[in-house]
Write a protein that binds this ligand. Structure first.
Ligand code: ATP
Ligand code: MG
Length: 614
């Protein structure tokens, strides 16, 4: 897991390594400080008693500016005491300032490396998602991909920063302090041998109890976030159905769940402080009692005991930190796994390096079976055989859910067939590069979107080098030019996020114009004029033919009137081709087609009759 984390730090290795080095220096200085202090205190005590030195003492003599080594059994003079206090006083100040500086620098570098880490991970996630096929995206779901690129990356970043700062700091502090404690007072150090495992045990038990509680809290968080997202995306629908109160109530219930889960976890967490205090003060009292006796017996000095107390705090604090890190790492492991699940998924549709392009625009389906779940028992399309000549206009009619969108999505390879093959220009679609195939096949999706930006910027998605003339002629063919020019800003009108500033029918026409700008050989309209009136619908079809006679056009529609003039019409029924023919032929021979036609005729007649009566 740590290896995975470090992979994300590419390009920020220098900052990461420097952080580790600085943290080590900071910790070493923090551990040395109590030793300086103990030197001062011990010398003071010996002077006041007055006793000769017990240990070797090194200090700077400020009258001669020479470093002096005083051996044990030397009497402590007042000059010696002053020099010792000043020498170690200065050393303490310098160490403290340096330690602070290293700490601050380490913090800054860790933040830099952490920010760089999340930038890297986000960029690779985003790039990976861009390569995903439709079915890859279906598998993860859009909402989950959003959470993975935001919240999960944040969690991983926290862990990464903690690793480069604390993971080194805590064990380093523990080891340094323990070594110093053993050097300073070996006969007191055994107290830590009892206190450390005891604290580790208490923290370990608490962590294992709290961890599942936190995990369930995070899951509840996830659910709450997903609901907020869904509600905000669909806020218009919520309002249209006057469901505000219901949504509020639902949200209130979820926040309540989060509150309860939080409370449960925190209840255990509050136990931690008192427990840690008991162990810490227990150890300090033991130190005082045993150390005090040792002082009375003349075994150690007061300064040594004072430094031992500092080491005691440092050691127990590091044990606590280590436990915290363990908990945090386990908690963020879920996030890191979720990120890597995306990064390690291979796009299941990849093109070849072939430079073949689509030239004529003929299409052929040969014995095609297709299933979203890749399951032969659950076929969405079954045994499809269909041949479309270059330049033909083909209509597809069928009930909702009968597989119309699924069928045409196989042409630009949004999904791959399970059996059989789809040929474009006589070449299997799998043998094109995805770029060339999709340049040749333009598709106006049923669930289409415009992006934030101006109308012109959106249209240029079709062809970034399109001239104003080309833009206008595509818009004229799609019957969009008229309404675009009626806007005060014309083609520079800002669409707002998701293209909210235009009506449903206007959006559909802009999407058609955008697809036309690619000058495709094959144009697929998936229910793309459902929101425009019949007259405009007819004008769009007329416009398309005039723009490019040789373009193969596939029109999926609910209205017979949208397809009746097509060269041929395909009737789909429950994933199978029921009939293929012209309007006239189908009216004679295909019962499904007749039924649809008559029901629509009747509806139109009733509507017109109704209008006359009114
Ligand atoms: N992304 C998907 N994952 C799984 N199943 C899907 C997916 N998209 C569609 N389906 C299923 O495949 C079947 C055919 O759907 P399809 O969208 O092709 O129908 P359609 O004929 O275009 O319908 P409509 O007229 O409503 O657009 C449906 O049963 C649908 O539930
Ligand atoms: Mg559809």
């Amino acid at each position: 897991m740590i290896k995975k984390l470090l992979k994300g730090a590419k390009g920020y290795e220098k900052q990461s390594i420097l952080t580790v080095v600085l943290v080590l220096l900071e910790t070493a200085l923090e551990v040395i400080l109590p030793m300086f202090m103990s030197n001062i205190l011990n010398t003071m005590q010996l002077y006041s008693q007055p006793n000769p030195l017990k240990e070797k003492l090194i200090y700077l003599d400020f009258s001669t500016w020479r470093i002096v080594t005083a051996l044990p059994e030397t009497a402590v003079t007042s000059a010696m005491l002053t020099n010792t206090v000043v020498t170690y006083g200065i050393l303490m100040v310098v160490s403290a300032v340096l330690s602070l500086t290293f700490g601050a620098l380490a913090g800054k570098l860790a933040a830099l490396a952490g920010a760089g880490f999340s930038k890297n991970v986000r960029a690779s996630l985003f790039a990976k998602i861009q390569d995903f096929s439709f079915s890859n995206v279906d598998k993860f779901s859009t909402a989950s991909l959003v959470t993975r690129s935001t919240t999960d990356v944040n969690n991983a970043q926290q862990s990464f920063m903690m690793i480069i700062r604390t993971v080194i700091r805590a064990p380093a502090m523990l080891i340094f302090s323990a070594v110093m404690a053993v050097i300073k007072a070996p006969n007191l150090a055994w107290i830590f041998l009892v206190a450390v495992p005891l604290l580790g045990l208490v923290m370990g038990v608490l962590a294992t109890k709290v961890h599942p509680l936190f995990k369930s809290m995070l899951t509840k968080y996830d659910k709450m976030n997903a609901d907020v997202q869904e509600d905000l995306v669909g806020i218009r629908v919520v309002k249209a159905f006057v469901r505000e109160e219901y949504e509020e109530e639902k949200y209130r219930r979820q926040t309540e769940e989060v509150r309860k889960a939080q409370l449960k976890a925190e209840k255990l967490m509050v136990l931690m402080n008192p427990l840690v205090s008991v162990i810490m003060y227990g150890a300090i009292i033991a130190l005082l009692v045993i150390g005090g006796t040792d002082i009375a017996k003349g075994k150690i000095q007061a300064g040594t005991l004072s430094s031992m107390m500092t080491y005691c705090t440092q050691i127990l604090m590091s044990v606590m930190m280590i436990c915290f890190i363990a908990v945090q790492l386990v908690m963020s492991k879920a996030s890191i796994d979720r990120i890597y699940e995306v990064l390690e998924t291979n796009p299941d549709i990849e093109g070849t390096d072939n430079d073949k392009t689509v030239n004529s625009g003929s299409i052929e389906f040969k014995n095609v079976n297709f299933s979203y779940s890749n399951n032969a028992e659950n076929l969405t399309l079954e045994n499809i055989n269909l041949s479309i000549k270059s330049g033909e206009t083909v209509g597809i009619i069928g009930g909702t859910g009968d597989g119309k969108s699924s069928l045409v999505q196989l042409i630009p390879r949004f999904y791959d067939v399970m059996d059989g093959e789809v040929l474009v220009d006589g070449t299997n679609v799998k043998d094109y590069s995805l770029y060339n195939l999709r340049e040749g096949v333009s598709m106006v999706l049923q669930k289409n979107v415009l992006f934030s930006g101006t109308i012109r910027e959106n249209l240029l998605w079709g062809n970034k080098d399109a001239t104003q003339e080309e833009i206008e002629s595509a818009c004229k063919a799609a019957c969009a030019h008229e309404f675009v020019t009626s806007f005060p800003d014309g083609y520079e009108t800002d669409l707002g996020q998701g293209g909210v500033n235009v009506s449903g029918g206007q959006k559909q026409r802009l999407c058609i114009a955008r697809a036309l700008l690619k000058k495709p050989k094959i144009m697929i309209l998936d229910d793309s004029t459902s929101a425009v009136d019949t007259a405009t619908d007819a004008r769009i079809r007329q416009g398309l033919k005039e723009l490019d006679k040789d373009m193969t056009t596939i029109i999926i529609a609910q209205r017979i009137s949208s397809v009746e003039n097509c060269d041929k019409i395909v009737v789909l029924d429950d994933g199978k081709i029921n009939a293929v023919g012209t309007h006239k032929q189908l009216l004679k021979s295909c019962s499904i087609y007749q039924e649809v036609y008559h029901s629509q005729q009747k509806a139109t007649a009733e509507q017109e009759g109704g209008e006359v009566n009114a």
